[in-house]
Design a protein around this ligand. Structure first.
Ligand code: SAM
Ligand code: FES
Length: 347
């Protein structure tokens, strides 16, 4: 057993993990070892970020999407999704509310919606930065061309989240229709880094057809890209999608992967996601205790929350932003952490 503790120490010492160790750590049923992995990851996060958890205000501003990812509830072929878009004024009003609640990062997330041209996105970003110069703006609006990413950056966007979804090209094809390109997604991520964004990649844990091999490739990809953020959460089926009857990812595996990612990449900004909170009532707390250091309460207007249904049974769809904000503070305090009121940049 001693040997198994050493393999966990070695991940941190070398910043690497091999394929066999990964499989072992994801499958072993040894309570003490599991706790050791989480404790190591938690200590690593605390060494860099203390007992602070960064909060990001998530604004889900459109659920129109030109893509048709097989797993996603807002894919264009989902005729059951009731579509909505927020106006610039509505987005700014979410930010105002968020600012008063202590948020200093706004994450604008949406489907790939052509209505929001580069010009419109730039206008929204620069207006937010103009009104709240002490805040960071994160975009999560999918794949665009380099010139668009450059324009958003110039307009003031600081960060960009674009999960790579899987670093294995064959697996990528199993998750996406023919017209979506693995190469293009990877190119986008490299360009975002080059432009100077704090960049986030990531994947769903337990996505259909995921294997230890594809997960290993995901971790190697993270090592290579050195993103400032990594978003991982369990895959959760959405009933009106082609993957509606597939199995969900587990809390157990998600927590172990959070810990492994923390050890591989100690200073990464790592959210305990809403999906994690959806599959377990204490998912986000457990995520923090496994080495995550970011949470993303929802700032979207309650009237549209239900409609941004990437997966079934999503939590917090009926709560006002203020309720989510204070709920999160209580949740973090219950495990000995504090919600930090600042931009929470990568260290
Ligand atoms: N359109 C942007 C993009 O593609 O990056 C941002 C929005 S997209 C809905 C955000 C993320 O939601 C995806 O990267 C995906 O990993 C996650 N997601 C989609 N469907 C999901 C599901 N059924 N279960 C869990 N996560 C899901
Ligand atoms: Fe939204 Fe708890 S985080 S109600």
């Amino acid at each position: 057993m001693q040997r198994n503790y050493e393999i966990i120490d070695r991940i941190e010492q070398t910043g690497n993990i091999d394929r066999e160790t990964l499989e072992l750590l994801l499958t072993i049923e040894d309570g003490a070892l599991k706790e050791y992995l989480a404790a190591k990851a938690r200590e690593t996060a605390q060494r860099i970020y203390g007992n602070q958890v960064y909060i990001r205000g998530l604004i889900e501003f459109t659920n129109y999407c030109r893509n048709d990812c097989y797993y996603c509830g807002i894919r264009r072929s989902n005729g059951c999704a009731e579509r909505y878009r927020l106006s610039k004024e509505e987005i700014l009003s979410c930010c105002k509310n968020g600012y008063e609640l202590g948020f200093r990062t706004f994450v604008l997330q949406g489907g790939e919606d052509g209505f929001y041209t580069d010009g419109r996105i730039c206008e929204i970003v620069s207006e937010i930065k103009n009104r709240y110069p002490d805040c960071a703006v994160t975009l999560s609006i999918g794949e665009r061309e380099r010139e668009s990413y450059e324009a958003f950056f110039k307009a003031g966007a600081d960060r960009y989240l674009l999960r790579h979804e899987t670093a294995d090209e064959a697996h990528y094809k199993e998750l996406h229709p023919e017209e979506m390109s693995f190469q293009h997604r990877m190119r986008c991520l490299r360009e975002l880094k080059e432009i100077g964004y704090q960049t986030g990649c990531g994947f769903m844990v337990g996505s259909p057809y995921q294997t230890f091999d594809t997960l290993y490739e995901d971790l190697q990809f993270i090592r290579e890209l050195q993103p400032e953020m990594v978003g991982i959460g369990p895959f959760i089926p959405q009933k009106d999608t082609p993957f509606g009857k597939m199995q969900a990812g587990t809390i157990e595996r998600t927590l172990r992967l959070l810990s492994i990612i923390r050890l591989l990449h100690p200073s990464v900004l790592l959210p305990a996601t809403t999906a994690l909170g959806t599959i377990h009532p204490k998912g986000r707390e457990l995520g923090i205790l496994a080495g995550a250091n970011v949470v993303m309460p929802n700032l979207s207007p309650v009237a549209v929350r239900e409609k941004y249904k990437l997966y079934d049974n999503k939590i917090c769809t009926g709560d006002e932003a203020a309720e989510c904000r204070y709920c999160m503070e209580r949740r973090m305090e219950s495990i000995g952490y504090q919600v930090a009121v600042d931009r929470g940049d990568f260290i």
